[in-house]
Design a protein around this ligand. Structure first.
Ligand code: E4P
Length: 218
């Protein structure tokens, strides 16, 4: 399963890319707004740091303007994935850009029916938002299981399931168990994946015992 980082913060991306765990990046207009920086500059900079797909979202809502925006974003770098919302205009944009060989990430997916439409429109990625479903007392991970089942039924549906709106390590583990292709995680969740109190306790004990030996490896 690939790990994408869900942030537009270039410093965080550089820091985490050094761990070798970052296979791509997702951004959205809210994450870009948080940086206070120029959108096109940020995307271009991220694309230089990370080799994998970098999602950059269109902000128009009609097909013609979305397509123009998408084409402009795709020109920023070879690894840009144009992100479009799950609307009919978004799907039309997805189909046109995908036919032109551009990677498209269809975002704001909240149902299996929507995921099926995105796959038929040629999306490279579908982004189901599990955390936002959990927020409204609906099982977000159940959606991932349903989409996995649907896509696995048809060889022609090659869209990758990109689990989004991830809130905690359990979402990541469950995504892997269900065979999701990608999870996009906030930096804090990626960092939290390594935590285990028994690792900390075990290391402290080993170091204390080692100190008693008075030895040094070097
Ligand atoms: C996905 O691409 C979105 O940027 C993101 O995962 C949304 O997460 P949120 O629900 O925490 O805003």
């Amino acid at each position: 399963m690939k790990f994408f980082i869900d942030t537009a913060d270039v410093r965080e991306i550089k820091d985490l890319a050094a761990t070798g765990m970052v296979d791509g990046v997702t951004t959205n207009p809210s994450l870009v707004a948080k940086t206070g920086r120029n959108f096109l500059d940020v995307v271009a900079e991220i694309c230089e740091i990370v080799d994998g797909p970098v999602s950059a979202e269109v902000t128009a809502t009609d097909f013609e303007t979305m397509l123009t925006e998408g084409r402009k974003l795709a020109k920023l770098a070879d690894n840009v994935a144009v992100k479009v919302p799950l609307t009919w205009d978004g799907l039309k944009t997805c189909k046109t850009l995908s036919d032109d060989g551009v990677l498209v990430n269809v975002t704001l997916c909240f149902s299996p029916a929507q995921a099926l439409l995105a796959a038929k429109a040629g999306a490279a990625f579908i982004s189901p938002f599990v955390g936002r479903l959990d927020d409204v007392a609906t099982d977000g991970m159940a959606l991932i299981a349903e989409i996995r089942q649907i896509y696995d039924n048809y060889e022609a549906l090659t869209t990758e399931i990109l689990v989004a709106s991830v809130r905690h390590p359990r979402h990541v583990v469950d995504s892997a168990k269900m065979g999701a292709d990608v999870v996009t995680v906030p930096p804090s969740v990626l960092r939290a994946l390594i935590n285990h109190p028994l690792t900390d306790k075990g290391l402290a004990a080993f170091l204390a015992d080692w100190a008693k030996t008075g030895q040094s490896i070097l």
